[in-house]
Design a protein around this ligand. Structure first.
Ligand SMILES: NC(=O)c1ccc[n+]([C@@H]2O[C@H](COP(=O)([O-])OP(=O)(O)OC[C@H]3O[C@@H](n4cnc5c(N)ncnc54)[C@H](O)[C@@H]3O)[C@@H](O)[C@H]2O)c1
Length: 323
């Protein structure tokens, strides 16, 4: 049976893939977004679909709609964007969670929160299981995002304990793929754009810090599986790819797959940048029978093709404007 599903932040990178997948599954999707980091272009191909509707709305304001499921993804996700207006970032996480939980309570909808591995901060435990409480700086430049997301988790669990709201919390680790914003400074998009333009590839620090990269299709699969679990499965559940790579290894893979002549240059590490990040995904395996399927190299090939197209379009537009 078709369900009415609300996706907040649906015009963003992950949100647009989720909307697409839900529509393919025959669900009725209402996408809301304030287009701070997302774009209408990300959902342009869905606009004519009878099961898809999009609305400009900021989650820091209440919303009155009739839905059965809510995926709460609205929040800028990259440091350049969430540090642009840090007060607004905290409001988006905290007021956004209150407004969407209020909606879920009113209409008795099931609600899923897109939380983040950043709730673990700069971890002393490696890999990070969901039981680890994290090591987060509450007053640093990343705190608006990290603490905003932590507070949103608190609100989700209090709505569950206090009002019986049907909640799901997913902790997303580094995700990449087509439709990432080319200007958001995230490592995968940065490296690909720099390599395709033949510019120097910037590595912050010595490049020995590690990250794990999950392809967006695998993540969306995890989101949908968690939403489909019974009332007693609340999470938090880590979703990410446990294969760990150094930033230097990622840069080398991008250079080799793009055939670029770019050189690697090093810059100082930003404040509170974690040294290591890798999910423990045993809970996702147990509760959702989920594991990532896409290998980094294959995912990079898809992502490079997307950015290659995007940059050619932009170059074409710039040349047309210059004429
Ligand atoms: N991409 C990742 O690696 C990653 C990792 C951990 C967590 N997440 C979480 O997943 C979610 C989606 O991330 P993404 O990578 O797609 O980022 P994104 O920036 O592409 O998407 C976020 C979307 O939310 C919208 N938005 C921001 N503030 C809003 C507001 N106040 N009201 C309505 N819409 C608003 C943006 O315009 C954008 O479309 C975020 O909540 C993010 O914190 C992402």
């Amino acid at each position: 049976m078709t369900k009415k599903i609300l996706v907040t932040g649906g015009a963003g990178f992950i949100g647009s893939h989720l909307c697409e997948r839900l529509i393919k599954a025959g669900e009725d999707v209402l996408c809301i977004d304030n287009y701070f980091t997302g774009s209408k272009k990300n959902v342009e191909h869905l606009l004519a679909h009878p099961l898809f509707e999009v609305m400009r709305h900021d989650v820091t304001f209440p919303l009155y709609v009739e839905v059965e499921r809510i995926f709460n993804l609205a929040c800028p996700a990259s440091p350049v964007h969430y540090q642009f207006d840090p007060v607004q970032t905290t409001k988006t996480s905290v007021h956004g969670a209150i407004n969407m939980l209020g909606l879920a309570k009113r209409v008795k909808a099931r609600i899923l929160q897109a939380s983040t591995s950043e709730v673990y901060g700069d971890p002393e435990v490696h890999p990070q299981p969901e039981s680890y409480w994290g090591r987060v700086n509450p007053i640093g430049i990343r705190s608006c995002y990290d603490e905003g997301k932590r507070c949103a988790e608190t609100l989700f669990f209090d709505y569950n304990r206090q009002h019986g709201t049907d909640i799901k919390v997913i902790r997303i680790f580094n995700t990449y793929g087509p439709r990432m914003n080319p200007n958001d400074g995230r490592v995968v998009s940065n490296f690909i754009v720099q390599a395709l333009r033949g510019q120097d590839i910037t590595i912050y620090g010595d490049g020995q810090q590690t990250r794990s990269f999950c392809y967006v299709d695998d993540l969306v699969d995890g989101l949908i599986r968690l939403m489909g679990t019974s009332h007693d499965v609340t999470g938090p559940v880590n979703i990410g790819n446990p294969d760990e790579f150094t930033i230097l290894e990622l840069a080398s893979a991008v250079i080799s797959l793009t055939g670029s002549s770019s050189k690697i240059v090093h810059k100082p590490l930003p404040q509170d940048d974690p040294r290591q990040r890798r999910p423990d995904i045993s809970m996702a395996d147990k509760e959702l029978s989920w594991a990532p399927r896409m290998k980094l190299k294959d995912g990079l090939v898809h992502t490079i093709a997307y950015f290659d197209n995007l940059l050619s379009d932009q170059a074409l537009r710039a040349s047309l404007n210059a004429d």
